[in-house]
Design a protein around this ligand. Structure first.
Ligand SMILES: Cc1ncc(COP(=O)(O)O)c(C=O)c1O
Length: 470
């Protein structure tokens, strides 16, 4: 029986690569000519792709044309400087280029033998981030698919280190602030904790965990025979950019022999700024730190990073026998959740190798300064500003005279919707202390003063109809 060899159009690869390269270039160079939010409805977009996968392919050139005519115009302008929404960033070009090289080589970063050079690059990335967090050189790092995975892997390791298994597991308690990212609670459920075992500590000021409340709760739980397992502090809350008092939490964790995890998924890039470093003292005492290069380090999704002070606990949590894999000490699959793994560590390496830490540092610094400028402008326009912003999140609230609390709540969503539907800009709203706020997060390589001023115009013109009842 003869089986046909797949026709992969390898002779057309040069032309297709050039076609893709032109599109790649256009994505960057024409970024601001495309809308921030695409205009078509979800139904219209879905119709474009229904029944598009057939027995015979259309060829690379036509598939790339589909990208140009159907995908690109209906994609979110995440990298656009007027996208000030969720913590999704604009990718460094070299890192985005690295992604197609990673796919073409398809090395499996689960094991060193299956991706020697790319794993060595990841090891260098991890050494650099270990230094950035101030952990000892003996700490280990691993690239995982995002912050949720990093938090999950951290809690699985913390559970192993706590030795709480079987009948004792229900006594375990995990402490997080009320402003912690929801991925921590989801991760806790996956490692076997029920919602009663997740203790939410109130916050003070701009979403910083109340250490007095944490201390009291730890002592109370201890005296009741419960087993505090971990505290997950946040360096940069998603909602408002709040920073937990890390040094005081580290002290409590050490006194109570509790695992100290720091979720620095969003705020971790601020560690690059010497002028802010003093605010993060205590992170160097963490047992584990989650940092997302795919957020404020401008690496394309997905690239999260988990740093672990004592790698032996990670090995203990995940190692298994696998006779069919040529095994190395350093193999990622032995110390983390993934088995096959995309070589995203190489993508991070390529972004930083090509553009340097200074590009990231300067962008982070600019993002923070522009967030403060946006606050000033919004304050001048009569909005209430959430005070004490330190990172790149600006929160503001509009309330017109005589408006009921309920109507004021609805108004924030209405203002955001008006601006987002224009397609010219995008931002979200967030609830903080029972009230809704307009929330702008600047995690962007390209954003400049005039973009912030444009955002101000868009927001202030969205205020008028609600106030005047046009
Ligand atoms: C503080 C924090 N932790 C964790 C996450 C989850 O990260 P990911 O979306 O990469 O899973 C986020 C996402 O925004 C975050 O802001």
């Amino acid at each position: 029986v003869s089986h046909p060899v797949p026709q992969l159009e390898l002779d057309a690869l040069g032309a297709a690569s050039q076609q893709a390269a032109r599109l790649f270039e256009r994505i960057y160079l024409q970024l601001e000519q495309r809308p921030v939010a695409p205009p078509a409805s979800a139904a219209q977009v879905r119709t474009l792709f229904r029944d598009s996968l057939e027995d015979q392919g259309v060829g690379m050139a036509r598939a790339l044309e589909d990208f140009e005519t159907k995908v690109l115009p209906h994609s979110m302008g995440i990298a656009h400087p007027l996208y000030m929404g969720l913590v999704n960033s604009s990718p460094l070009p070299a890192a985005a280029l690295a992604d197609s090289l990673v796919s073409a080589l398809n090395n499996n970063a689960g094991a060193f033998h299956a991706s020697p050079a790319m794993t060595a690059c990841e090891e260098e990335v991890c050494r650099s981030f270990v230094r950035l967090a101030g952990l000892p050189a003996s700490a280990a790092g691993m690239v995982v698919p995002g912050g949720t995975f990093a938090n999950l892997q951290a809690l699985a390791i913390a559970r192993t280190a706590s030795r709480l298994t079987g009948a004792e597991l229900p006594l375990a308690r995990l402490y997080v602030s009320e402003a912690a990212h929801f991925s921590i609670a989801r991760a806790a459920r996956v490692v076997g904790l029920s919602s009663e075992q997740i203790i939410r500590i109130p916050t003070l000021g701009r979403d910083a965990m109340d250490v007095g409340a944490l201390r009291a709760r730890l002592e109370r739980d201890r005296s009741e025979g419960l087993r505090p397992m971990a505290v997950a502090a946040t360096l940069g809350t998603t909602g408002t950019g709040g920073i937990d008092p890390l040094a005081a939490i580290a002290e409590l964790c050490s006194r109570h022999s509790v695992w100290f995890h720091v979720d620095a998924c969003y705020g971790g890039a601020a560690l690059l700024l010497p002028e802010l470093r003093g605010r993060f003292v205590g992170v160097e005492r963490a047992d584990s730190v989650a940092i997302d290069p795919h957020k404020w380090f401008f690496i394309p999704m997905t690239a999260g990073l988990l740093l672990v002070r004592e790698p032996r606990y990670a090995r203990e949590a995940f190692d298994e026998a696998a006779s069919y894999i040529p095994t190395e000490e350093a193999d990622a699959w032995r110390s983390g959740i993934p088995t096959s793994r995309r070589a995203s560590g190489f993508v991070i390496w390529m972004g930083l190798r090509a553009h340097g830490w200074s590009t990231v540092r300067e962008a982070v610094r600019r993002n923070i300064a522009l967030a403060r400028r946006l606050e000033q402008g919004l304050r001048a326009a009569g909005l209430e500003i959430l005070p004490d912003g330190e990172l790149s999140v600006a929160c503001a609230r509009w309330s017109a005279e005589g408006l009921s609390a309920e109507a004021a709540e609805a108004l924030q969503g209405e203002i955001s919707r008006r601006v987002c539907e224009s397609g010219r800009a995008w931002f979200a709203t967030v609830r903080h202390r029972g009230r809704s706020w307009l929330r702008f997060n600047l995690v962007n390589l390209h954003v400049q003063t005039h973009h912030v001023d444009r955002m101000l115009e868009l927001v202030t013109s969205a205020l008028t109809p609600a106030q005047g009842g046009r």
